[in-house]
Design a protein around this ligand. Sequence first.
Ligand code: SAH
Length: 518
Amino acid sequence: MDEQSENRKPGKVYLVGAGPGDPGLITVRGRYLLERAEVVVYDYLASKQLLKFVPKDAQLVYAGKRGGATHTHTQEEINQMLVDFARAGKTVIRLKGGDPFIFGRGGEELEILAQNQVEFEVVPGVTSASAAATYAGIPITHRDYTATVAFITGHEDPTKAGSNIDWSKIATGIGTIVVYMGIKNLPSIVQNLIVNGRDPKTPVAVVRWASTPEQQSVVGTLETIADIVTEAGIKPPALIVIGEVVNLRSTIDWYEKRPLFGKRAIVTRTREQASELVAGLEEAGASCYECSTINIEPVEDYAILDEALERINEYHWILFTSLNGVKYFFKRLHSKGMDTRDLKGPDIGVVGKSTADVLSQYGINADLIPPLFTSDGLAESLLDQGVEGRNILIPRAREGREMMPETLRGAGAQVTVAPVYKNVPPQGCRDELRAELESGKIDIVTFTSSSTVTNFLAMIDPENLEELEKLMHGVKIAAIGPISAKTVTDSGLEVDIMPEKYTIPAMIQAISDYYKYQ
Ligand code: SAH
């Protein structure tokens, strides 16, 4: 045995339930294991978004298996793969949609592992029946309606002889019935329940892609649901929930009632800053396509800032007009062996609350935040205090606007503009962005600065206004404030939504209100 294989730990397979769709519904244990995976073998129904937790150098294997479509791997191949990876000493995560032991063939895979003396563990997951009911506003049990629930598979054609399901007992012996894999056989399933004595007026809900932004649900009765599903064009994966509890949906439905449910947004922001807006829109129910239109990079030359830092005590004010201005200013300050204590001389003004928050991470409270969160607002607040003969330093983007420095100079201030970072349009993502727009599924595009507008337009690169209007047809535009709004209108497009306060939370609120009150 060589040294390496001697030290090699024995491999192990973790059979992990991925939960029903929303990546937030995996267990803490499941996520912990994904973060330590060497190989992940995942199914069609396991959310792809969970793969972001997997280490970059881990091997990802898509095991496919989708009802109706060609199987990517046979069950035997998957079983063999798990055995082989484990024998090679790997930590293998076998990731399955929902719970691995509920219509997931988890038991079969583990039997093979056991036969081959491969060590394994199982992590349960939120099964899709539970999620579909919950996210459709249906408590699966309720003291006033039922004391029993059955999970059954609809995969078997109930008209065939030799079925494993005793429909005569299920039809009247169980309160709530949840059917997995039942869409194809729905007409015969409902027929069988009715024939075996279940009231044809029993309410039924069908929920597709439960707990994801694509969730779609319809409600009917045993008599009507098959036609309703055909009409709505509902395809697998979907669950059928049958029983009186379905009536509670009219009171309890919460997920589909969120203001942005079913809306898809393009969020144009810098890579570093996208998360707050995306998280807020998703909380309100939207699905987001994050499109980074700007990358923030340091400037090549810090001579102006360096010189200003040498005599920082001669400045009366430092003004920050963006969070990146703060971040890159401090980066440079620290790289010169200086720190926050060197800034005790000048007062510090910021454009708005988010910038003030970042500043406070460096231990500094802003002395001035204008009531209107724009750089013009900041200039005005400063003018109110009088700037005649004051020395003012503005660390900011290389391509910032000249308005504020000029206003201040006009009022007699000495202004030093120090570029500390630059905005550059990122490579790639153009084709994806155009495809999103052309898909016709985009409801809204958000702009959080003037340069996101300019770069967005540069990225989709329309031939002319006509093509631009065609691409943006039916798409609402939200701009964070008047300056980004003006860049939108200058391009020939119109702004539909602009918050009163120019902050991300206000923007999220304005977008939600727009759809709520429409
Ligand atoms: N082990 C899985 C079930 C796998 S069987 C679990 O515990 O959920 C596959 C069936 O599950 C699909 O045909 C569909 O009926 C159901 N299903 C899985 N995910 C679903 C989802 N997000 N929405 C609706 N149905 C889903």
